[in-house]
Design a protein around this ligand. Structure first.
Ligand SMILES: [Zn+2]
Length: 243
């Protein structure tokens, strides 16, 4: 199994216009709930959607690898100074559409409080999307199906699979969206050629995948999967952004 870690540092703020309308500040439990919702949704959306396979030269059975996405909520200053941490700025009362971009080589994701909910897509003809999942796709290096811009054309035809994908206007993770994980396997094992298996994981006999979990590089502080086991959340101080 391939565990892909996405490190995110959350920052919560209130839009100035909303503050003037007496919007409340974020409470600790609201921030924890929001981050938890974001993490669970991203992990569930991107994990175990497709399998990767590599054939050996002697044509033995292919090696099959499943993918688990683990979103790590980074709260330590030491970690947040590396350029591999995405800063997710969550703004209450903002009307700006979410965005993922590099700010002085520090990747940032700008989100509204409501973006963690499943909502009808703009121009999506009945499609719904959780925009936090769409932005995580950008964090993984994925572009819109047709082009990188924000034109509606770039998101794909909502009547087709690409338009209905999480990188388009919908919520499904397509085979093409998984190519990035095949590329990661290619970097780890350069002698093998990896591709995304054409049958989905879900079309196969269900496998109890939890027991196969491999601890990540920092097993002492792995918040991702532990949350799925109903363990209480670790309380910590969150970063309020001040202007
Ligand atoms: Zn986008």
């Amino acid at each position: 199994m391939l565990c892909v870690f996405v490190l995110v540092q959350f920052q919560f703020e209130v839009a100035e216009s909303a503050r003037q309308r007496n919007a409340k500040e974020w409470t600790d439990s609201e921030m924890d709930d929001w981050a938890d919702h974001f993490i669970r949704s991203a992990e569930n959306t991107f994990s175990y959607q497709w399998s990767l396979e590599a054939f050996a030269l002697d044509l033995r059975a292919p090696t099959i690898v499943d993918v688990e996405l683990v979103v790590v909520d980074v709260t330590e200053e030491s970690l947040s100074s590396t350029e591999h941490v995405f800063t997710a700025i969550v703004t209450r009362g903002s009307k700006e559409r979410p965005q993922t971009f590099d700010k002085q080589r520090k990747p940032q994701v700008q989100l509204r409080e409501t973006d963690v909910s499943l909502k009808p897509s703009h121009g999506g003809e009945g499609l719904a999307q959780r925009l936090t999942d769409h932005e995580i796709a950008h964090c993984l290096g994925l572009s819109h199906p047709r082009c990188q811009d924000e034109d509606l054309y770039c998101y794909g035809d909502p009547k087709t699979a690409e338009g209905q994908s999480v990188t388009g206007l919908g919520a499904t993770v397509t085979q093409k969206d998984y190519v990035v994980f095949a590329e990661i396997m290619g970097e780890i094992t350069p002698t093998k050629s990896w591709r995304v298996r054409s049958e989905t994981f879900r079309s196969q006999e269900p496998r109890p995948f939890r027991y196969m979990k491999i601890p990540g590089p920092k097993p002492d502080r792995l918040p991702g999967p532990a949350r799925s086991h109903g363990l209480p959340l670790h309380r910590h101080t969150r970063h309020h952004r001040k202007h």
